[in-house]
Design a protein around this ligand. Structure first.
Ligand code: NAD
Length: 482
């Protein structure tokens, strides 16, 4: 790096230096170049951000703003994201190694989330309740909660932050965000754009830093009215305990080990494409990755052949180039974790059909080949634990009943894919799968309008759609003796 870029926290509408004076470096995982240094947040920084958010929450400029005006601000923020899409896409691609192509597609859809919540802002209201006593008027109102603490991971910082920020602001809350220590840049830029859009200073604050330090300080801060977290199940459990002890709400979007099921009557060419996109997109670093693939024994060989052929042709390299199909893992430890899981799979008796090697992508980065494991069983750790990398485990099955049992035999319940041309079977299996999102003859479809929820250890609470507004408001019941 020719010159050192320094990123500070964003508190009260402006950059804020860390109380400790300390910074940490962030590297581009494709090249291992240091791209910037970011403020290392601690308890004092978090306290300043929460105080700023509390003041903004009480400020009449925000509190008395009409719901329609709140919607205007969200719309403007969506417009600003669209206007800055290329810069944001490049910045996030450099930060976590995601393909620029994938980032551009994500950025093309991101404003829609703000437009959706812009439209919802003046439709948040209570009801009049018809109680049995006609002399009594009973009505409900929906109020904002206060300061929302949002903690997000590195795999999709802008999108995953938006899933919290947009509904929280829509409901009239203010927010303190702690992005992942691996990806501070785009979330800081998002907060700047929020001020540019007209949100009052302090409505959106960002404290950068490490999970055990800045993240833990945010979770422990008594000024929070709610915590909204996306990340691993282990961290989620810790946050759930902290929130429960203070009786504040926690929306938790956690890990997954999603099944992708291919029945004998599926269009196998389409299913193979769905399998490949399901596991290799973003180098497998998505919570919804379809990492456990069950193929009916009669189509198992054909599916394997198609998936393997495609995996071997995937172009690994510079995520900024248009023809690259697989970028690096987001940081060195993540690449090592993926490599050690594949080694573990070998020890457990799995066979590596293709891939299975770390590479530097010709750039000195943290790449790992698209990998297909076979001869695996549902009790192996590579099949039970979230690897969060480009590693598919493919297994044959014989009956519908058997595959539903195998698919559900997991601690997770985030998503599932089903490939079949039999409509009755599609609905029957969807009803039996224990997962919050089911895709039939597609994978990864998503919309701000569509609510989603992790079952089992994949989460608590709902994101997106009108349903999520309940997570960011509280209900008051008013009784009037007329
Ligand atoms: P992680 O749990 O390690 O970290 C997530 C965030 O929590 C980071 O900002 C981190 O700094 C912070 N954090 C870590 N320890 C903390 C603590 N003690 N207190 C407070 N904050 C703390 O997860 P990750 O490795 O960044 O992300 C990958 C995980 O996220 C995977 O398990 C993936 O499945 C999950 N994920 C889930 C969804 C979903 O919608 N369900 C979406 C994307 C990713």
């Amino acid at each position: 790096m020719s010159e050192q870029i320094t990123l500070n926290h964003f508190i009260g509408g402006q950059p804020a230096e860390p109380h400790s004076g300390e910074y940490f470096e962030s590297t581009n995982p494709a090249t291992r170049e240091v791209i910037y240094r970011a403020a290392r947040g601690n308890e004092a920084d978090v306290a300043a951000a929460v105080t700023s958010a509390q003041q903004a929450f009480e400020d009449p400029r925000w509190r008395n703003l009409s719901q329609t005006r709140r919607g205007h601000l969200l719309r403007r923020l969506g417009d600003l994201i669209a206007a800055n899409a290329e810069e944001l896409a490049r910045s996030e691609s450099r930060d976590n190694g995601k393909l620029l192509r994938e980032m551009r597609a994500q950025l093309a859809g991101l404003p829609e989330y703000y437009y959706y919540y812009a439209g919802l802002a003046d439709k948040i209201h209570g009801d009049v309740i018809p109680t049995s006593d006609r002399a009594i008027l009973n009505y409900t109102t929906r109020e904002p909660l206060g300061v929302v603490g949002a903690i997000t991971p590195w795999n999709s910082p802008l999108t995953l932050t938006t899933s919290k920020l947009a509904p929280a602001l829509c409901a009239g809350n203010t927010v303190v965000i702690k992005p992942s220590e691996y990806t501070s840049a785009t979330v800081l830029r998002l907060a700047e754009l929020a001020v540019e859009a007209g949100f009052p200073p302090g409505a959106v604050n960002v404290v950068t830093g490490f999970g055990a330090e800045a993240g833990q300080a945010l979770v422990d801060n008594r000024g929070l009215a709610k915590i909204s977290f996306t990340g691993s199940t282990g961290t989620g459990a810790r946050i759930a305990r902290a929130a429960a002890g203070r009786f504040i709400g926690a929306t938790l979007e956690l890990g997954g080990k999603s099944p992708n099921i291919i029945f004998e009557d599926a269009n196998i060419a389409n299913a193979a494409m769905g399998v490949v996109a399901g596991i290799f997109a973003a180098a497998g670093q998505t919570c919804i990755a379809g990492s456990r693939i069950f193929a009916h024994r009669s189509v198992y060989d054909e599916l394997l052949e198609r998936v393997t052929e495609r995996a071997q042709s995937i172009q690994i390299g510079d995520p900024l180039l248009d023809d690259t199909e697989l970028g690096p893992l987001a940081f060195g430890d993540q690449r090592d974790k993926v490599a050690s899981y594949v080694d573990l799979g070998r020890d457990e008796g799995a066979r590596v059909l293709t891939g299975g090697r770390a590479t530097d992508g010709g750039l000195g980065g943290y790449f790992y080949e698209p990998t297909v494991l076979v001869d695996v069983t549902n009790d192996m750790r590579v099949v039970r634990e979230e690897i969060f990398g480009p590693v598919a485990a493919i297994m044959p099955f014989d009956t519908e009943e058997e595959v539903v049992r195998l698919a559900n035999d997991t601690e997770y319940g985030l998503a599932a894919g089903v490939w079949t041309t039999n409509l009755s079977r599609a609905h029957r299996v969807a009803a039996q799968l224990e997962a919050g999102t089911i895709w039939i003859n597609t994978y990864r479809a998503m919309s701000p309008m569509s609510p989603r929820q992790g079952f089992k250890n994949s989460g608590v609470g709902i994101e997106h759609g009108t349903e999520t507004m309940k997570e960011y408001t509280r209900l008051k019941s008013v009784w009037v003796n007329t």
